[in-house]
Design a protein around this ligand. Sequence first.
Ligand code: PGA
Length: 238
Amino acid sequence: MNLFVANWKMNKTRAQARAYALELGELIGGRDPGVEFVIAPPFTSLEESKDSRERWSLAAQDVASEKEGAYTGEVSARMIADAGCRYVIVGHSERRRLFGETGPVLARKLERVREAGLTPIYCVGETEEERDGGLTAAILSAQIETLVGDPPEEPLVVAYEPVWAIGTGRAATAGDAGSARLQLAELLSGRRNVRILYGGSVTSENARHLLEACDLDGFLIGGASLRASTFAQIAGLV
Ligand code: PGA
């Protein structure tokens, strides 16, 4: 089933999250949407973003690399599971770039996520400079290396998110996203259950074409997911 993840990043108060959940619930209504919806709100709005009818599930946007203890400001995988999440975004390029997260720390985060019985949405993608230098394939394989210790029989979601496409309004072409998807599928061919998403300036205008032309399993959506109606539209619901 195709997967559509709304990554709200650092947006929405609890009241705004509640209004969004209400609207999305009305848009889905009682029908089976035939796709899987996930919302990744800030930690503070997890409770308000929940659907009592379980028409969507929740993801955390990040997780601590340590289990518990004296780590001020961190939130553990166990707490995230306890708060009702099913997924955790790991290695988003904003975490890599703005907060210095690299392979070893991401591998520890992945381990914590698995211990808590959660599914990672692991993000990979090259910067514009790396792309211009012809390094996309090398970067993607290096970033996939981080999954070496991750149990191959467990379900995994990988999101190809080229850094130059995130929040820029310049989505990857179907050619670029398609060839990255193929490479990732090849690199992950030893795994039993992988879904490959694309993220980076996905809109209701480009979603359908990208999804079909690249044989993707869904999208990780930032800006365009901030409105419930647009999120639903991207998923083909309205
Ligand atoms: P964007 O962000 O859709 O706003 O480009 C995607 C992401 O960072 O997950």
